[in-house]
Ligand binder design. Structure first.
Ligand SMILES: Nc1nc2c(ncn2[C@@H]2O[C@H](COP(=O)(O)OP(=O)(O)OP(=O)(O)O)[C@@H](O)[C@H]2O)c(=O)[nH]1
Ligand SMILES: [Mg+2]
Ligand SMILES: [Zn+2]
Length: 289
């Protein structure tokens, strides 16, 4: 028997595939390993289930989009989860991730957590000015708005370890009881409590809890060509193409419409700083080829 389904969970080489015949725990055919494609949460797959044998994933449908870390396919929305206090928010990392999502054309919104501990109007203001939808949450508020926004979409919660992704999932699905973990007092970091990617049906879509990343993971994202980075900063759009030089890098060139907008306060300073840092890193990497 062959059935179609979608991978909703993946742990140590066992994939849970939601099918019309219910959820099946499957292995993947070896062929994927040879082709270096790994079946990922969100993938549409076909499964062959013979009697008395473990069901096996035979094929993976074409992906609309794909993230390497955490491995996720066919997303409609990424909600980047950022803590207002611990772990301390890092504008560069936020912007680097947003660039990755923008480069893949995945809609991005932000969630600022722990607003009971520290307000974050300044940070929120930056992303509002940049043109992003954002939400503020604490242990008692914000979940309903987020749930309403995610309705009907395949939404991944992505963010540093310890920012409160699983806590938020538990507020949206009180019956789920996802494990959450304390922040290490000494390091001010999360402890990688969530180890697996899991997808939960929500109002016609799905919400996906993911393991928090570390800085190492950030470095592993594929680099984006330096000339493509400005296009991933959506608030630059009104100015890009209006510079004096067609090949303007928006750094120190004269007649640059982007740096003029920055000077006029129309582009947030931290966003521009992230741009110039990402540009320099990408230029450095391109030199090595
Ligand atoms: N004060 C406060 N604490 C929160 C809030 N949200 C989460 N926390 C705490 O932050 C810690 C980490 O929360 P988790 O939900 O485990 O974080 P996570 O993002 O899932 O972390 P990983 O699974 O490691 O990626 C826990 O001690 C939570 O109780 C909040 O809104 N306010
Ligand atoms: Mg978690
Ligand atoms: Zn320019």
């Amino acid at each position: 028997m062959t059935v179609n389904g979608r991978i909703i969970k993946s742990v140590g080489g066992i994939y849970t595939v939601e099918t019309e015949a219910g959820a099946l725990n499957c292995r993947a055919r070896g062929i994927f390993r040879n082709k270096s494609i790994s079946p990922s949460v969100g993938d549409f797959v076909t499964v062959t289930a013979e009697e008395n044998a473990e069901p096996v994933i035979d094929s993976i449908g074409e992906r609309r989009n794909y993230l390497i870390r955490p491995p996720l396919a066919n997303l409609d929305l990424v909600m980047l989860v950022v803590s207002s206090c611990e772990p301390v928010p890092n504008a560069y990392i936020i912007d680097k991730l947003i660039v990755v999502f923008e480069s893949k054309d995945i809609e991005t919104a932000l969630i600022f957590t722990k607003t009971d501990k520290r307000g974050c109007s300044e940070l929120a203001g930056v992303y509002e000015a940049a043109g992003y939808k954002y939400f503020l949450t604490d242990m008692n508020s914000g979940a309903d708005e987020i749930r309403a926004y995610a309705a009907g979409k395949v939404t991944a919660l992505i963010g540093n370890s310890g920012v409160g992704k699983s806590s938020l999932v538990n507020r949206i699905f009180p019956e789920l009881g996802a494990q959450t973990g304390e922040i290490s007092r000494k390091l001010g970091r999360g402890r990688h409590t969530t180890r697996e990617v899991s997808m939960h049906p929500l109002d016609g879509g799905y919400i996906i809890d993911t393991p928090g990343f570390s800085t190492v993971d950030i470095e592993r994202y594929g680099r984006i060509a330096k000339g493509d980075i400005a296009g991933c900063f959506r608030e630059f759009a009104p100015y890009v193409g209006k510079c004096r030089f067609a090949d303007c890098a928006h750094l120190k060139e004269s007649g640059c419409a982007v740096t003029e907008a920055l000077a006029a306060g129309k582009i947030p300073v931290s966003r521009y700083e992230s741009y110039s840092r990402l540009y320099a890193e990408s230029a450095e990497a391109e030199k090595k080829y």
